[in-house]
Design a protein. Structure first.
Length: 185
């Protein structure tokens, strides 16, 4: 791992760049890396404007992770800081497509911005949704996974098969309880 001030580059990030270059992503790699850099600069700018102290920016094979002291930020400010990265990407996608016609860079920004808005916990959309639920209800509600529906919405689970009729087996219909063999006298 390489460190330079608050920036940390992991071996996975370097390996990912090398694999992308060996895989023939040479011309598309600079717009993608520039889109990712603009995304992280959006987060860093919003954090700085909100008054949060950035402790570390780590780049690894799975993306970037910003470690910041957000304890003093309100929920709306932290949500704004979380959504600042995708907002920068979506704004750049619109500007690049409209003004310059550079559709590779516009597409990179559009894909990165939309992907990060997915409500997956490791992405910006999941983090923003978590913060929104914590703000509107209580923080414990955001941490509780929806394992089961509420009791009034549960369906009873049958303890026996729902049907006693013929059951298809290997392309033929057979009766679940075959009749006993008849003996001829």
């Amino acid at each position: 791992m390489w460190k330079w001030g608050k920036l940390e580059l992991g071996w996975g990030f370097a390996a990912l760049i090398v694999l992308a270059l060996l895989g023939g992503a040479g011309p598309a790699l600079p717009p993608v890396l520039l889109a990712a850099a603009c995304h992280e600069l959006g987060h860093l700018s919003a954090l700085r404007l909100a008054g949060a102290r950035v402790e570390r920016l780590r780049l690894n094979a799975f993306g970037a992770e910003i470690r910041a002291d957000t304890r003093r930020l309100s929920y709306p400010r932290e949500i704004a800081c979380t959504l600042a990265g995708p907002a920068v990407n979506l704004a750049l996608a619109l500007l690049l497509a409209r003004l310059t016609g550079h559709f590779t860079a516009a597409g990179s920004n559009l894909v990165l911005g939309c992907f990060n808005l997915l409500p997956i916990p490791a992405l910006d959309g999941g983090r923003a949704l978590h913060l929104l639920v914590s703000w509107l209800w209580e923080p414990l509600t955001a941490h509780r996974p929806p394992l089961r529906p509420p009791p009034h919405r549960r369906r009873p689970v049958p303890d026996r098969p729902l049907s006693r009729g013929p059951v298809p087996a290997s392309g033929r219909l057979r009766h679940p309880d075959p009749p006993a063999p008849r003996h001829k006298p």
